[in-house]
Unconditional design. Structure first.
Length: 281
């Protein structure tokens, strides 16, 4: 299954037989609110199940960062409650730039479920193109997915630091946070020394759709990625960096590592260095 699905293709799939119908996950979330659950109640893709980023797509905040990976047993329980089944496609969407949906995509891939895609353009594209919406909460039949961690590579702090020296480590945050000009959430400002700034907003166009594979490939070449070079990504808490991994796969560079703890983990340890400014350092 390709990482992206169009609204047209999703609508056609939802109109198919029960056996072929994908499980749709509404993962709308905003750092400063309002809650995604409120948006879901106001309208969603028919049959979509709301999945909360903080409760399902991440573990409890703490030493591992603000959005550490969830416990596999907890994730399996919650995905089964959402109706995720072995061998059945999953489509995730949000109502912003696709980065939260990319977290769901990455997490399902990490859990061993390969049949997953992000809705290109998200909920905005779905409604703009006149597809139906519903206010009825979904009541899915319990799924049977078995979570098997390890389907996507995960970096720890030492591996991220090494990659910044010996490969290419991309920092998905907006430039002011990368440069250390501001840090509204985490303990310290700055970035991992050697990391290259690659703001996640650059993966989508002004119309909210993901850029073409050719455009994304050119973007990563401009950022210094060489063929065959190891590459990984991080952000504030491991959410928006998932969109970097997805964009790399679209661009023909699958298997990028994700530093799941990201800056929220790195910055907790005062012994870890922090670079500032717009250069990698």
């Amino acid at each position: 299954m390709r990482p992206l699905i169009s609204t047209t293709d999703l609508a056609a799939a939802l109109g198919g037989t029960d056996a072929a119908r994908p499980v749709v996950l509404d993962v709308r979330w905003r750092l400063a609110g309002p809650p995604g659950a409120d948006s879901y109640r106001e309208g969603h893709v028919p049959g979509a199940v709301f999945v909360d980023l903080d409760r399902v797509l991440a573990g409890d905040p703490g030493e591992g960062g603000r959005h550490p990976l969830p416990d596999p047993a907890d994730l399996q329980r919650d995905l089964r409650a959402a109706g995720v089944r072995t061998g059945v496609p999953v489509v995730a969407y949000d109502d912003a730039d696709g980065s939260v949906a990319a977290r769901a995509w990455w997490l399902l891939r990490w859990a061993g479920h390969d049949e997953v895609a992000v809705l290109d353009g998200g909920y905005a594209a779905w409604t703009a193109q006149g597809h139906p919406v519903s206010t009825e909460p979904a009541s899915p039949e319990p799924g049977d997915i078995t979570v098997r961690p390890g389907g996507m590579p995960v970096l720890d702090a030492d591996e991220a630091a090494a990659l910044a020296r010996d490969g290419l480590l991309l920092d998905a945050r907006a430039t002011p946070r990368y440069a250390g000009e501001t840090e509204p959430v985490d303990p310290r400002a700055g970035h991992i020394p050697g990391a290259v700034n690659a703001p996640f907003a650059g993966h989508v166009g002004e119309d909210g759709h993901w850029r073409t594979p050719e455009q994304l490939a050119a973007r990563f070449t401009e950022l210094g990625l060489r063929p065959g070079e190891p590459v990984g990504a991080y952000c504030g808490s491991g959410v928006t960096a998932s969109s970097v991994v997805l964009a790399l796969e679209l661009a023909g560079h699958p298997g990028a590592g994700l530093y799941a703890g990201s800056w929220s983990h790195w910055s907790r340890d005062p012994q870890r260095p922090a670079a500032t400014g717009t250069l990698p350092g």
